[in-house]
Design a protein around this ligand. Structure first.
Ligand SMILES: *Cc1c(COP(=O)(O)O)cnc(C)c1O
Length: 384
């Protein structure tokens, strides 16, 4: 088993997924055909949103959402530092300035008190990230947004199927974005989705996805020249997903509940079997949420173990575990340092980053693999 790493995440593709893709390859439309709308409708229904817009990846989904939110030069947008760079890059694409609010020490999600401290008269939006699949304090964030007239874009790349107070993430604020990268809950190879309940935002997102061009007669600014007529009304991109990918997405979405069930099952086994290891802090779970368990992260207590996180990481890799670290604080990256962000602006995020390790967790993991991960962590404990 140690010859190959057990990855921290990976896709789960069945024969029916393959079949769905092959059918599209034999059909008339490879892109912007019937599968896109079907995927969008089914996805919107699944997460409880009115509208969904499929795009090429989660990063494009964030970019489109920032555009639809009206983020422009000079605007500030608050997000977390403990996330993938895309959560902040999308603000820069629109000429805005990412402002990093620190995390809470227990959930590792952005702290609402820290968000409040970072608000200025330039603040336009908040991008909370449901880190590892545990929803942020949405009620509180929505209150802040109401108080300061801000738009909320939830980065729900980790949170397909996650629930906040009994409701699925996806229809609970202005916009939510999802990713279908192979390590995420369902995959389309590369892919992303924006969900919203607003027709106005939906129309903008659809148009942004295809060069800012509309073929809707009722919305033309100038007079139509004929059947071929269409208008580019603002600068958009080609962010269109293919029907090949959408067909895979539809097929994967059918299995989402099954995938989630398995993720939660494995997380529960880890919670049980690792709880007596004193140098290891398990993920904290708030009682009003139901995590989608995209990632299972543990915190290493260096003082108790007598080994650093980096040493533990090496140890686990050598034993065949494809562990990872999520994430380097965004503003630590050289690009952000060059933009003028100084170290030390989110101390909790930095402290937690130095201690985190992501264990393997994905629906295709076998019970033997789960047991093996547990065995290795106990072995490390014995050797202490
Ligand atoms: C994966 C991910 C993204 C970006 O999604 P892509 O599909 O890879 O572009 C954005 N935010 C977070 C938190 C992610 O984990």
């Amino acid at each position: 088993m140690t010859s190959r790493l057990i990855p921290y995440g990976r896709q789960y593709i069945d024969d029916d997924d393959i079949q769905a893709v092959v059918e599209v390859l034999k059909s008339d439309y490879l892109t912007t055909g019937p599968k896109i709308k079907e995927f969008e409708d089914k996805f919107a229904r699944y997460v409880g949103a009115k509208y969904a817009v499929a795009v090429v990846n989660g990063t494009a989904a964030l970019h489109a959402a920032c555009f639809a939110a009206g983020i422009k030069e000079g605007d500030e947008v608050i997000t977390t530092a403990l996330t993938f760079a895309a959560s902040a890059n999308c603000i820069l694409y629109q000429g805005g300035r990412p402002v990093f609010a620190d995390i809470k020490a227990d959930t590792y999600n952005v702290s609402t008190e820290e968000i409040r401290k970072k608000i200025t008269d330039k603040t336009k939006a908040i991008i909370p990230v449901h880190y590892t699949g545990q929803p942020c304090d949405l009620e509180e964030i929505k209150q802040i947004a109401r108080d300061h007239n801000l738009i909320i874009i939830e980065d729900a790349a980790h949170a397909l199927g996650a629930e906040y107070k009994g409701k699925k993430i996806g229809g609970l604020s202005d916009m939510s974005i999802f990713s279908f990268h192979p390590v995420k809950h369902i995959t389309t190879g590369e892919g992303g989705m924006i969900t919203t309940n607003s027709k106005k935002l939906y129309d903008k997102l659809i148009q942004f996805r295809s060069h800012g061009i509309t073929k809707d007669k009722d919305r033309y600014i100038n007079e139509s020249h004929g059947e071929w007529y269409h208008e580019e009304q603002f600068l958009g991109y080609n962010y269109r997903m293919t029907d090949i990918q959408a067909a895979l997405g539809i097929s994967q979405l059918k299995k989402s509940d099954e995938f989630l069930k398995r993720r939660r099952e494995i997380a529960n086994i880890y919670n049980q079997e690792l709880k007596n290891i004193g140098w290891l802090k398990l993920p904290y779970q708030k009682s009003d949420i139901n995590s989608s368990w995209h990632l299972y992260v543990i915190q290493i207590n260096e003082d108790k173990l007598g080994k650093s996180r980096d040493e533990v990481f090496e140890y686990l890799r050598e034993e065949g575990l494809g562990v990872q670290v999520h994430y380097i604080p965004v503003y630590w990256h050289p690009y952000y340092q060059n933009l003028g962000y100084s170290k030390g602006i989110c101390l909790n995020s930095e402290r937690v980053y130095r201690r985190l390790i992501t264990l393997p967790l994905h629906p295709k993991m076998t019970n033997d693999e789960v047991d093996y991960v547990i065995k290795i962590l106990h072995k490390l404990d014995m050797e202490r």
